[in-house]
Design a protein around this ligand. Structure first.
Ligand SMILES: [Zn+2]
Length: 53
């Protein structure tokens, strides 16, 4: 599970791959920066891809 931090509001989102937007403030995904990855590469979505959820 990766941790994404919103640059707009500071909200932290745990998700396997990059969320489409911040759940707290609705900022677009380019505002979300990866904080850390707790999973080895390969289990997460490919870089640059976004969850369809
Ligand atoms: Zn936010």
């Amino acid at each position: 599970m990766a941790v994404w931090k919103c640059a707009e509001c500071g909200n932290v989102v745990e998700a396997r791959c990059k969320p489409g937007k911040c759940k707290a403030c609705g900022a677009p995904k380019d505002k979300l920066a990866k904080e850390k990855a707790a999973e080895p590469a390969g289990k997460s979505c490919r870089a640059g891809r976004t969850c369809q959820k």
